[in-house]
Design a protein around this ligand. Structure first.
Ligand code: NAD
Length: 297
């Protein structure tokens, strides 16, 4: 078992840290929210007064922070952790951030002799709670092998996408595709319903036909077609439209920097931004269905 410090105990980090405690790791946690820390200490984790104190003696540091600027402020600069950690430390950042930011932090880590890996996740809060996340890692092969047994307590799948930043690139590619296929699925369902078809029957037909996809299989966006999905509870919970917009923004910025054409991704981004601007940012992303069935349901 390892001595681990976990930084960022929000919707994702909280349950991920809990699973590390349950797996028997010696865990110290840090968050700006004392409530979030308290929830973890009640599970058996230790707390610390400062982030510097929290990482004392840590073999592994894991962070799960909102965005790139938080990751930069935690690791870089004169007060950043990379200035304080011993070179034997393995740092795993699971936040979803720009690949360029992940590469910058990795470069600073390399200069400090510290092993760094970007390891964003897919699977949402449900996966974080169940310990069934998919980790998409970027970094050296030996860092990946060192991280694997730690990530195991929180994961169903662990992939090595490539060098530093590759985890973040794979993650934004996946989420851009997810936005496109969820919009496309919603569009097709709405067209069928507009023509009098039963959305459940149409879903089953497309599932078994060439339009079959993940949304139809496990996350149907039409209310009432599938039990247990956000669409059947007024789009509450799940993966928020605001978070999808964050990831689509990262994909868009990356595409611009790399002169990569993403017409479908750009359209999906516009669609989800419009959807958020109409007050839907706090709903699950499958609520994009509402954009298409205006007045129908
Ligand atoms: P969240 O906002 O619920 O949690 C972030 C936590 O970080 C908060 O508790 C906050 O207090 C803490 N924090 C912020 N700055 C800090 C600092 N300097 N030091 C210590 N703690 C600090 O966010 P979340 O939903 O848990 O998401 C975390 C990351 O995971 C994001 O990058 C997000 O894009 C990604 N992600 C989220 C989901 C999801 O479904 N929520 C799914 C996949 C990936």
């Amino acid at each position: 078992m390892a001595t681990i410090t976990f930084i960022g105990l929000g919707n994702m980090g909280g349950p991920m840290a809990t699973n590390l405690v349950k797996a028997g790791h010696d865990l110290t946690v840090f968050d700006l929210s004392s409530e979030a820390v308290k929830a973890l200490t009640s599970e058996g984790a230790k707390s610390a007064a400062t982030i510097q104190e929290a990482v004392e003696g840590a073999e592994v540091v894991i962070s799960m922070l909102p965005a790139g600027k938080h990751v930069e402020s935690v690791y870089l600069g004169d007060n950043g952790l990379l200035k304080n950690l011993p070179s034997s430390t393995l740092v795993i950042d699971s936040s979803t951030i720009a690949p360029e930011t992940a590469k910058d932090v990795a470069q600073a880590a390399v200069e400090a002799g510290i092993t760094f890996m970007d390891a964003p996740v897919s699977g949402g809060v449900g996966g974080a709670k169940a310990g069934t996340l998919t980790f998409i890692c970027g970094g050296e092969a030996d860092a990946f092998e060192r991280a694997r047994p730690i990530l195991d307590a929180m994961a169903k799948n662990i992939f090595h996408a490539g060098p530093h930043g590759a985890g973040q690139i794979a993650k934004i590619c996946n989420n851009m595709l997810l936005a496109i296929l969820m919009s496309g699925t919603s569009e097709a369902l709405a067209l069928g319903v507009k023509n009098g078809l039963d959305p459940a029957v149409l879903s089953e037909i497309m599932k078994q036909s060439s339009g079959g996809n993940w949304a139809l299989n496990v996350y149907n966006p039409w209310p009432g077609v599938m039990e247990g999905v956000p669409a059947s509870r007024n789009y509450e919970g799940g993966f928020l439209v605001d978070l999808m917009n964050k990831d689509l923004g990262l994909a868009f910025d990356n595409a611009v920097k790399n002169h990569a054409p993403i017409p479908m991704g750009s359209l999906a981004r516009n669609l989800f931004e419009l959807h958020a601007s109409e007050g839907n940012g706090g709903l699950d992303f499958s609520s994009i269905q509402k954009f298409y069935y205006r007045g129908q349901n």
